[in-house]
Design a protein around this ligand. Structure first.
Ligand code: HQG
Length: 182
């Protein structure tokens, strides 16, 4: 299917695997996986995806600048971004000493008071570098604010961190004491 819109496909699959699997007749396991065939069969019932092949999933993933999904052993899952009620199980990892979070100016006073909260998602999303954080922040504000997160210190003090992909780290909450405005 040469004219396939991979961006649209990525958004559709993000929606299915992060936010509303039941709308696609899918049930994620505790780690967020579903059978690739089940996802394909479900999407194929929609006219726009009726000819969808597994190779389209691979092509969609390699055409993207972000690693949003993982395929392994005939299964696929979203690596981050989930909002579904049941939390996806992740292994805690040792984070880099400093992580970054790009956000909107209008959220800043609330963040400095309450810390970083997951809001609509299961986890707060943090970035490994300022450039990625800027991109994330620009989704909310054309002049985003960058926060430095003392991740190493938070981890030493007992906070669990989880890895989404090479650029994205996840955490349940970041207390204001670990935040500094860049
Ligand atoms: C803000 C995209 C007020 C937080 C991106 C953020 C990312 C608070 C917003 C991923 C707050 C939530 C996630 C508080 C946090 N008071 N506002 N106490 N605590 N916030 O979209 O991190 O393209 O749910 O700063 O690249 O922007 O979809 O999270 O601005 O990796 O693959 O609440 O989604 O990836 O916004 O983005 P979001 P996010 P994809």
């Amino acid at each position: 299917m040469p004219s396939m819109n991979y961006k649209k496909l990525s958004k559709q699959i993000s929606y299915a695997l992060r936010h509303a699997p039941w709308k696609f007749g899918l049930e994620l396991d505790e780690y967020g996986w579903v059978e690739v065939d089940e996802l394909l069969n479900s999407l194929r019932t929609r006219k726009v995806w009726r000819n969808l092949q597994e190779s389209d999933l691979q092509a969609m993933m390699s055409s993207s600048d972000k690693k949003r999904f993982e395929i392994s052993g005939g299964k696929i899952r979203a690596l981050y971004g989930h909002s579904i009620h049941r939390q996806v199980v992740k292994e805690p990892r040792i984070p880099p000493e400093v992580l970054y979070h790009g956000t909107a100016r209008r959220f800043l006073s609330s963040i400095m008071e309450k810390g970083l909260l997951p809001r609509g998602r299961q986890y707060v999303h943090l970035s490994t570098d300022v450039e990625t954080a800027m991109e994330v922040g620009r989704r909310h504000d054309h002049r985003p604010v960058i926060l430095h997160i003392a991740a190493g210190k938070a981890h030493e003090e007992g906070i669990d961190f989880y890895q989404g992909n090479h650029q994205v780290w996840l955490v349940e909450h970041i207390d204001p004491k670990y935040l500094r405005r860049a």
